[in-house]
Design a protein around this ligand. Structure first.
Ligand code: ANZ
Length: 714
């Protein structure tokens, strides 16, 4: 089979074969550039306490960084000067260790393999090379391993224990070697069962007897319980036993406490053509950096964007890829996140030719106030860029050590698929509400030939030759489709292209409708059905400014109290909701506002100008045009935001409930600033009051301003 000659990503490999083309894939040791992200593990954790991000996103990062507090312990190898270091979070279980396991990639494998076991081990190592780490992690049920032939000595019990090699132990975590406690770790348990190794229980739940060590239940890996079969640890609770073992190993010089992080250094080399070339050359095989005066280093021309015959990256094809005519330049290029990790700094100072960002600009802008992005970046971009920023902060290039003050994860826009129902074994389709009368199969239909769930039959016939002669059972003369919310995907024909929407409705409608679909953070289905409503709203807005002949008709008359009330109610709502990123409620508020102004037939400049400014962030194209039509020569973006004035919201009158001896009899409208005397007079002379006053004397009139009026009669 031919050689593909390139490096693949984990998900491009399955069972040792490339997903595309089925080429054999092998894991090879390669010299690569790495970012030392791991050196920042603790600070990346700490920094999360300072930023305003969602708890769920912080939790994803905490898990990814994976801080683990435990102990590193030394196990001497029998008849050898070699020592085996292991990392454990359960130092307390050391009396339950019945075997040791090395990662297949561990350097110790070679040294510890005995002559007798050499063939078996070599065979095993060759096999595991075909599995990716991801497969090794995911397929926990597939137990594989081989005995090395050597034994270790338990530093606490003095017992001899066999050393195995197994691919469930990862080379890149801890020390790449473990002490196996099959009674209390499920993976060790599976391994012991598979290879028939002893299992010794060392922890029992408080107040319970020892159970059968040969069966597993998940309570066995619990960090609570009492120690048994464990020498000087017997009778202690697990946390006490952990502490005591740690003390012991330190005193005996056989180990120490240790914190491990799961976070790995990020590989920064790619064997591709595109990507920034490294400004690095090699002199006597040692990397050197290109002089600043020779930057930027530009990608060379090459004939094909493929690796060379020797398996070198594509830059190996370049003719003159040498520095100062003598030294070979680096052949790898940088990954995508070289460009995306610090781009926000560039925005602060885009024209600076000397530095990533100048001091003054950085001091002015500091950090990103608000970052909107999807959770898919949680363990990639959002870790890398926090790391870059911290590094730049340490180097004194930036003033803030966290780049993104606030982060919002927007929800995903999902697809809304449409279905037609084909009667089984025919080319006949039945409309949604009649389908239960037949045996049918639902078929995805292109959402672009469906409008408000009604199928365009002619387009459907032309959509796929198979349906050219299709017949239909309609309801009310229409074919109504079914629908379901699914991921947007070509195979489900539910992808909506924003360009098409813009073509039909314009960009403002699309933008507004997207906001109107629901809260920013929620995932929601795209549903073109509702878009007409939003489009109508924008037309209505236009109508406030223009008459039937589409001539601008804006009056300079003073606004009425009622008009001002509508405007100021809207200013308040929009200003508050923008701060809360609640854009869907803003859109509804605009709709209410425009309806109310329409009902008042308001075309006053005093109202329409501030409204245009408020609406501009939501419908920028329309508002810019209206603003210009209103006679302005500068952009609406530069107009000051309208100020809310609460006094316009104050009601001018109050509808008093009027009671007689505590019983409410009628309502009476009075100005809010009416005096008690005026109110008394008004009550006494009110038409509805006469019936209750007839033949009675008024003893007292109690008035609570803008609340109630009670007339005491006798
Ligand atoms: C003995 C033991 C007994 C363990 C027990 C667990 C339960 P975290 O929390 O993820 O850090 N381990 C250590 N290095 C490993 C490696 N390179 N590959 C696979 N497993 C490794 O987990 C630490 C535990 O994972 C360690 O504690 C070790 O198994 C295992 F009842 O040691 B333990």
């Amino acid at each position: 089979m031919s050689c593909l000659g390139t490096v693949l990503a984990n998900d491009e490999v399955k069972e040792g074969i490339s997903v595309r083309g089925g080429h054999p894939v092998e894991q090879k040791v390669m010299r690569q550039w790495l970012l030392r992200v791991s050196a920042y593990s603790e600070r990346l954790l700490d920094g999360l306490n300072k930023v305003d991000w969602t708890d769920s996103l912080k939790e994803i990062q905490r898990n990814w960084i994976g801080k683990s507090e435990g102990a590193e312990m030394k196990f001497k190898v029998k008849d050898s000067s070699i020592e085996m270091d292991i990392f454990t979070t359960r130092a307390d279980t050391v009396f339950g260790v019945t075997f040791m396991v090395l990662a297949p990639e561990s350097e110790l494998v070679d040294q510890l393999t005995t002559k007798d076991q050499r063939d078996a081990v070599d065979h095993y190592i060759a096999e595991t090379k075909k599995r990716t780490e991801r497969e090794r992690l995911a397929e926990v049920k597939k137990v594989t391993g081989v005995f090395s032939g050597s034994y270790a000595i338990n530093p606490l019990s003095g017992e001899e224990i066999p050393i195995w090699i197994g691919d469930y132990v990862l080379a890149g975590y801890g020390t790449g070697a473990i002490m196996a406690v099959p009674a209390h770790d499920s993976r060790d348990f599976a391994f012991a069962k598979h290879f028939n190794l002893p299992i010794i229980q060392v922890v029992i739940p408080e107040g319970e007897e020892a159970s059968d060590p040969a069966t597993w239940d998940d309570s066995k890996d619990s960090k609570a319980g009492i120690m048994i079969n464990s020498g000087f640890l017997n009778g202690l609770k697990v946390p006490e036993a952990i502490a005591k073992t740690k003390d012991y190993i330190r005193k005996m010089n056989v180990g120490d406490v240790k914190i491990n992080y799961r976070l790995r250094d990020a590989i920064f080399s790619r064997q591709r053509y595109w990507g920034e070339p490294f400004p690095v050359y090699y002199k006597d095989d040692m990397p050197q950096t290109v002089d600043e005066a020779d930057l930027p280093l530009k990608l060379p021309e090459i004939d094909k964007f493929l690796p060379t015959e020797k398996g070198e990256p594509p830059l190996g094809r370049a003719k003159n890829w040498v520095y100062k005519d003598a030294y070979p330049l680096e052949l790898n290029t940088m990954p995508g996140f070289a460009g995306s990790s610090a781009y926000y700094l560039r925005y602060m100072d885009p024209k600076n030719k000397q530095a990533l960002v100048g001091k003054e600009a950085n001091e002015y802008w500091q950090d990103v106030d608000l970052y909107i992005g999807g959770t898919e970046h949680a363990t990639g971009h959002l870790i890398y860029s926090r790391f870059w920023n911290k590094f730049l902060f340490d180097m004194g290039y930036v003033v803030k050590d966290e780049p993104y003050k606030k982060l919002i994860n927007q929800g995903m826009i999902q697809g809304r698929s449409n279905f037609v129902y084909r009667i089984n074994g025919t080319n006949k389709f039945v409309s949604l509400h009649l389908k239960n009368e037949y045996k049918t199969t639902a078929i995805h239909v292109d959402v672009n030939i469906v409008s408000n769930d009604i199928l365009d039959i002619e387009k459907f016939k032309g959509w796929n030759p198979e349906y050219k002669d299709a017949e239909f059972i309609l309801e009310d003369g229409k074919y109504i489709c079914g629908w379901a919310v699914e991921k947007m995907s070509k195979s489900m024909f539910n992808v909506v292209n924003p360009d098409d929407i813009i073509e039909d409705y314009g960009a403002d409608t699309l933008r507004l409708y997207e906001m109107f679909l629901g809260p920013l953070e929620q995932s929601k289905p795209w549903d073109t059905n509702g878009i007409d409503g939003v489009h109508k709203f924008l037309r209505k807005t236009w109508r406030l400014f223009f008459n039937k002949d589409n001539k601008l008709e804006v009056s300079n008359e003073e606004a009425t109290k009622e008009e001002l009330k509508v405007l100021h109610k809207t200013i308040k709502k929009i200003s508050d909701d923008i701060e809360k990123f609640s854009f869907n409620t803003c859109v509804s508020a605009f709709m209410i506002c425009v309806n109310e102004l329409g009902a008042l037939q308001c075309n006053k400049r005093q109202i329409l100008e501030p409204l245009t400014i408020l609406l501009a962030p939501f419908a920028p194209h329309l508002c810019e045009e209206l603003w210009e039509k209103l006679g302005h020569t500068t952009s609406v973006c530069d107009a000051p935001w309208p100020l809310f004035n609460a006094s316009h919201l104050a009601e001018s009158s109050f509808n008093y409930p009027v009671s007689f001896n505590g019983k409410m009899r009628f309502k009476m409208n009075m100005p809010v600033d009416a005096s008690n005397k005026e109110i008394e007079e008004a009550v006494k002379s009110h038409e509805s009051a006469q019936k209750w006053l007839e033949g009675k004397t008024i003893r007292k009139i109690i008035i609570v301003p803008n609340k109630i009026i009670n007339v005491v009669i006798g």
